[in-house]
Design a protein around this ligand. Structure first.
Ligand code: PLP
Length: 394
């Protein structure tokens, strides 16, 4: 009976939404949910997406099924974005469309049981909480490796490299492509090279979660890690999300890309992906993928989208700089925040400080003190910085 079921643990993000809705202060600020907001606090539909949607409404004549791989034009455009259309990795790779980055991760994790049977999946500490849930659902064994030190605001690079000595050929290493969630601390070029060497020696498979392409330094720059892996290693798996860089959150647009040692190997792997996708969702939703394919396939729209993406990135980095400036009087040195990228920052506050921020200053963030800096704007950043400084020693 359903009545016999245990009461499940409340979803912390859902709880945050309720607390925010219940806060009646006109000054309340939501730094919890992971969506990009503009200076006015809106999560708008991009102009290029609107243009592609108009085109789609006028020209789409059929909504017949595609295959489990989804939209071919979208899949090819994804590989171009990841590697460049002239690259060896483009030729050696195959892409399957998936419902969001989450769907791509889940499909990839099901594929790991085929590609690396009996292998363990090494995931960073900390990481996006859903990684653990997805790996559990796919039945993968998890090993945590140290990645980031909340107290110092720095990567735990040496500890990470030591932990990765344990990787074996049948294992998998999960990496964030850029804008690490929740810390915002990314590997630099030397870090990527060291990890690539370790993977080369061990034969373990890199599995890159790329949910924020274009949000860190730029569309090309943010592919540094995946392109290096694909150049130097025979096999790479990449889960892409278009939720943030196209602001298509609830349209569920994502892709799983596999790079094999050669095109024939990738074709074989692709044939394994198809029945896995069919068992998960039969075929992914087309609307958002058709929009992305149209934008990326039209030179003018693509240029406009790059501009819209650059505006989002520039605003995030500007807010980071302002936050650090206004935190200047705090007991802790927050300069590390300006060296990190993407929407998230781990402030290293105690649960009591997070509660005080919410109850006394109407600033809402997750209990781990992960703040979405895109929830700030020029008008409120100083007040929020002062509030953070006032609770940082609690
Ligand atoms: C690190 C990371 N991976 C994947 C995703 C999944 O994104 P999507 O909404 O496309 O499923 C997110 C979303 O917040 C994320 O932060």
């Amino acid at each position: 009976m359903f009545s016999d079921l245990a009461v499940p643990k409340a979803d912390p993000i859902l709880g945050l939404t309720q607390l925010f809705a219940a806060d009646s202060s006109p000054e309340k600020v939501d730094l919890g949910i992971g969506v990009y907001k503009d200076e006015a606090g809106e999560v708008p539909v991009l102009a290029t997406v609107k243009a592609a949607e108009r085109w789609l409404t006028e020209t789409q004549m059929s909504k017949r099924y595609f295959s489990s791989a989804g939209n071919d034009a979208f899949n090819s455009a994804t590989r171009s974005l990841l590697f460049g259309a002239q690259s060896d990795a483009f030729t050696r790779s195959r892409t399957v469309q998936a419902p969001g980055g989450t769907g791509a991760l889940r499909l990839g994790m099901d594929f790991l049981r085929v590609a690396r049977p009996g292998g363990r999946v090494f995931i960073p500490t900390p990481t996006w909480t859903n990684h653990g849930h997805l790996l559990a659902a796919a039945g993968c064994e998890v090993v945590n490796y140290p990645y980031y030190d909340v107290a110092t605001g720095k990567l735990r690079f040496d500890a990470m490299m030591e932990a990765l000595q344990d990787l074996a050929a049948k294992d998998v290493l999960l990496l964030h492509g850029c804008c690490h969630n929740p810390s915002g601390a990314d590997l630099d070029a030397d870090g990527w090279r060291a990890i690539t060497d370790t993977l080369g020696r061990s034969g373990a498979l890199p599995f890159v979660d790329l949910a924020y392409l274009g949000f860190a330094e730029g569309l090309e720059e943010d592919t540094y890690g995946i392109r290096l892996l694909a150049r130097r290693l025979p096999e790479v798996v990449i889960a892409s999300s278009y939720s943030k860089n196209f602001a298509l959150y609830r349209d569920r647009v994502g892709a799983l890309t596999i790079v094999g040692a050669n095109a024939a190997d990738s074709d074989r792997a692709y044939e394994h992906l198809m029945p896995l996708a069919r068992a998960l969702w039969s075929m992914p939703p087309d609307h958002g993928a058709a929009v992305v394919a149209h934008v990326l396939g039209d030179a003018l729209l693509a240029a406009d989208w790059r501009q819209e993406l650059a505006e989002m990135r520039t605003r995030i980095n500007m807010i980071r700089a302002l936050l650090v400036k206004h935190l200047g009087g705090a007991a802790r040195d927050y300069a590390f925040l300006s060296r990190q990228r993407g929407m998230f920052a781990l402030l290293g506050l105690s649960p009591e400080a997070v509660r005080t921020l919410r109850e006394e200053h109407h600033v809402h963030m997750t209990g781990t003190s992960r703040a979405n800096v895109a929830g700030l704007n020029i008008a409120n950043v100083e007040r929020v910085a002062r509030a953070i400084a006032s609770v940082s020693d609690l």
